[in-house]
Write a protein that binds this ligand. Structure first.
Ligand code: ADP
Ligand code: MG
Length: 410
């Protein structure tokens, strides 16, 4: 591990490992297959990039989105790591394949669709492999919130290279999804490393939606820094962005998949560079965005699942400074979600129903919000966190009864 620490400083420029990175790196360096469950922003990429620079052979990275791959590629190359992507969007695939065969790559990023291509399997036999890294590994499980059938082709491919260690990574896996991921990818039970999900600087608040424009205007006035507001549809995004801009006079930009790619990229760049821009967006926005000073994340309707909620709110306050996560919900949100559930194929319904129940529980509880979130991710939280609406409002309840008592006894 001394060598790994030295590499951490020299290649990545970091003084020390964070969270449980060291444990994951050590296991992989020892050739042990591992599932690393760490929150968004914890630094999962490093846990395969670092071993890839030290181990003999190439690390094959499976990643579900080409845009994410290209972000990672840029970052890896900036650190002087020999990396390439092999996707349908790359014109230089011949050079990439030659470089791989010559053993000149530390990292080769591919989409899961490759796994089922015999030509890709052949390619992998042409040079030594250091490891397989499976990013967003919850995609392999029907219990996860983003099942991708192509991920199921990874196991047969990896089994052809049985002695090459596998490192699966995800931010969002409850206990059931975790054991499913490990079974699906052939990772032994002792290979599980779970890092803390606690984000103490995020203050959670969940309120009934009675007048969203007024409620969100208030939120923006309370939080002058950059923020993200998630809305369920493109139309609501446009509508809210216009109304909030008018109500607050602050820069508010819309973001959704229906915008011109140029506009989308411009809005994203403005948001990332700004200290005050508020982005009103569908969930198309946020993945792969590394902006540390987001001061609030709001949901104008319920998120898709409790995992999605954790991930989306987790974009607030990555710098560790206080940040707000506010959800506005209505009974119709749950009605709609239950309807969608009824339309789902039977085999996927059960997991999604559980997730929706937990979400309903989170919304309805009079207890600690954080406790419900953390328990969902397998942690054992204290009864109260002191930094969510329910924990903070509790003293007021006592005050109110105090007032009532005085009033009655007077
Ligand atoms: P994840 O995939 O877990 O969401 P990333 O791998 O994208 O997170 O890393 C998030 C950020 O953390 C990146 O900017 C990365 O450079 C930074 N980072 C990773 N490891 C460390 C470390 N040991 N010390 C400081 N920063 C780190
Ligand atoms: Mg990542």
């Amino acid at each position: 591990m001394d060598q790994a620490r030295e590499q951490l400083r020299e290649v990545f420029g970091f003084g020390d490992f964070r969270g449980r990175q060291a444990e994951v790196v050590e296991r992989v360096m020892d050739g042990c297959s591992t599932l690393g469950v760490m929150p968004t922003g914890a630094g999962k990429s490093l846990t395969y990039q670092l071993p890839a620079t030290l181990l003999h052979g190439t690390c094959i990275v499976i990643s579900p989105l080409i845009a994410l791959m290209h972000d990672q590629l840029r970052a890896a190359r900036a650190n002087g790591i020999r990396a390439a992507t092999l996707t349908s969007a790359d014109a230089d695939w011949r050079e990439t394949m030659d470089a791989f065969r010559a053993g000149a790559l530390d990292l080769l990023y591919v989409a899961p669709e490759r796994a089922s291509q015999p030509s890709f399997c052949d390619l992998l036999t042409a040079a030594p492999l250091a490891m397989f890294a499976i990013d967003e590994a919850h995609c392999v499980s029907e219990w996860g919130h983003d099942f991708r059938p192509d991920y199921r082709q990874l196991r047969p491919l990896m089994d052809r290279f049985g002695d090459v260690p596998r490192l699966a990574l995800t931010a969002t896996a409850d206990a059931h999804t975790r054991s499913d991921i490990m079974a699906q990818l052939g990772i032994p039970d002792e290979g599980l490393v779970v890092a803390g999900f606690e984000r103490p600087n995020i203050r959670y608040a969940i309120r009934h939606r009675d007048n969203p424009v007024r409620q969100l205007t208030q939120l923006m006035e309370d939080h002058p820094g950059p923020g993200i507001i998630y809305a369920p549809t493109r139309r609501k995004v446009e509508d809210l962005a216009a109304k909030l801009a008018a109500a607050t006079g602050r820069p508010v930009l819309p973001y959704h998949a229906g915008l011109e790619p140029g506009t989308r990229a411009r809005h994203q760049a403005e948001f990332v560079a700004s200290e005050e821009v508020v982005m009103v967006a569908t969930i198309a926005f946020g993945m792969g965005i590394d902006k540390p000073d987001v001061r609030f994340v709001a949901h104008a309707g319920i998120p898709k699942s409790i995992e999605a909620y954790y991930q989306e709110t987790g974009r607030a306050g990555r710098d560790g400074d206080p940040a707000q996560a506010t959800m506005l919900w209505g009974a119709e949100d749950f009605a709609r979600a239950r309807m969608r559930l009824a339309e789902m194929p039977e085999d996927r319904r059960e997991g999604d129903r559980k997730r929706l129940d937990t979400l309903a529980n989170l919304v309805e509880t009079a207890g600690c919000r954080r406790a419900i979130l953390l328990r969902h991710f397998g942690e054992d939280p204290p009864q109260t966190c002191g930094n969510c609406d329910n924990c903070l409002d509790a003293p007021e309840v006592i005050d109110a009864t105090e007032v009532a008592r005085k009033f009655l006894s007077a």
